[in-house]
Ligand binder design. Structure first.
Ligand code: AMP
Length: 415
């Protein structure tokens, strides 16, 4: 019988890799704590209407990529394709806006999109999602971008390319929308089928199209920064001035609209130069109308999502391995095995990394296992040693070996 394999596009994170993830996650958590963000856990399953409303039903994600099913013939449910909508739902549902004027949240976990699996693109992938709710000040946008760059530097990525843009507010966007439709009308038949349809539903989406012909056409299209109103221009200028205070280099990219419907004003993306523009490691932006659109109060928000797999793929050659056991216990004979079992688990309860083998195989075989485990010390216990209340301790690096009373073992292996 063939063994059952994982679902296409879904990937196991094996122990070595999981350890690297944990290390990077810890560094990221440290930075988030310094910037006063608090963690929130939200479910991975939500009512489908949340994403239709919260992401926009003309987006690629909602149109083509969601894992949606009827829950035993009842509600339509969807595995979350991103976390912002869920975090905002929770924010509204628990009236978190009553707890303070600005709420800074982060959430880490799996997302699900039924995209074509390819290198760096999975159907289950992980994001670190960060949201600031309740502040429209440009300092908040700058704080978030500054934190993001700092976060990347903290995990060891220096060579970043930061793109920023302003998408304006709904008022300044409507003039732009019409100009874009007029421009596209002349070239309508050269656009891909999706973009022809997008032109009536959501013309901005054309900027996100991956089709080469559409990308060429869009090079000459009007861009949003030429249309933004005074308020939005002031806001964006302030964001840039705050970034300049930290000498943070950025590219102004007037064609970056980001894939989701809800963005307003500041948007940003980080790519790593050799990864190509379609492979951002992180993307984010402001979404001032979204909380209201989801049935909450009219509160502004801004956030970003880092793709964890993509981040890890950039770090793969600079990581440590999981720490080996401090001690391996090799025991010969049933009495010594029983004493070793007790000692091994007692030391673990005291917080010392210890490993042993319960199979009762030969000393040679156990020493091989000790060697393979990479343990710093091996304790050899035989019947005679147990009677004498001691063991033979071997320093695996120097191969020196000496007898130690078991009660002073801890001081010999102390790190
Ligand atoms: P988005 O939510 O589409 O703005 O994506 C934010 C980040 O998540 C991207 O910059 C990628 O790093 C990551 N990401 C998005 N889709 C996938 C995917 N299918 N597989 C792996 N990472 C992804």
């Amino acid at each position: 019988m063939n063994a059952i394999t994982a679902v296409k596009g879904f990937k196991d994170i094996l122990p070595e890799e999981a350890y690297h993830w944990q290390q990077v996650e810890q560094l990221i958590r440290g930075v988030l704590a310094d910037f006063c963000f608090k963690e929130i856990h939200v479910p991975i399953l939500e009512k489908t209407e949340l994403f239709a409303k919260g992401i926009g039903d003309t987006t690629d994600i909602v149109e083509k990529e969601m894992y949606t099913f009827r829950d035993r013939g009842e509600d339509s449910l969807t595995l979350r394709p991103e976390a912002t909508a869920s975090v905002l739902r929770a924010y509204i549902e628990h009236s978190m806006f009553n707890q303070g004027s600005v709420t800074k949240l982060f959430s880490i976990g799996p997302m699900f999109r039924r995209e074509r699996p390819q290198k760096g693109r999975y159907r289950q992938f992980h994001q670190i999602d960060v949201e600031v709710l309740g502040s429209e000040e440009p300092q908040t946008d700058a704080e978030l971008i500054l934190m993001l760059v700092h976060l990347f530097r903290t995990v060891g990525l220096e060579n970043l390319s930061l793109d920023i843009n302003s998408l304006g507010c709904p008022a300044c966007r409507s003039g732009f929308r019409q100009k874009l439709i007029d421009f596209m009308q002349d070239t309508l038949t050269s656009l891909c089928e999706d973009c022809q349809r997008r032109l009536t539903n959501n013309p901005l989406r054309v900027f996100d199209c991956k089709n080469d012909a559409c990308r060429r056409l869009i090079q000459d299209a009007p861009t949003i920064p030429d249309f933004i109103c005074d308020g939005c221009r002031w806001h964006f200028d302030e964001v840039k001035a705050c970034l300049d205070m930290f000498a943070l280099p950025y590219n102004l990219n007037p064609r970056m609209v980001r894939g989701l419907d809800y963005y307003t004003r500041t948007t940003f993306e980080i790519t790593i130069p050799h990864m190509g523009a379609q492979n951002a490691v992180v993307g984010g932006g402001r979404y001032d109308g979204l909380i209201r659109d989801l049935g909450g109060p009219d509160i502004p928000g801004i956030g970003f999502a880092i793709g964890f797999e993509r981040l890890m793929s950039l770090l793969h050659d600079r990581q440590d391995d999981p720490p080996p056991p401090v001690l391996f216990i090799a025991a010969l004979g049933s009495e010594a095995q029983a004493a070793a079992f007790k000692l091994c688990n007692q030391l673990r309860l005291e917080g010392i990394r210890v490993e042993m083998d319960y199979s009762g195989k030969s000393l040679k075989s156990q020493m091989k296992k000790a060697d393979k485990s990479g343990s710093l010390y091996t304790l050899i216990l035989g019947e005679r040693e147990i009677q004498a209340g001691e063991g033979e301790l071997r320093d695996m690096r120097s191969s020196k070996q000496w007898a130690v009373p078991l009660e002073s073992l801890r001081s010999h292996i102390a790190q």
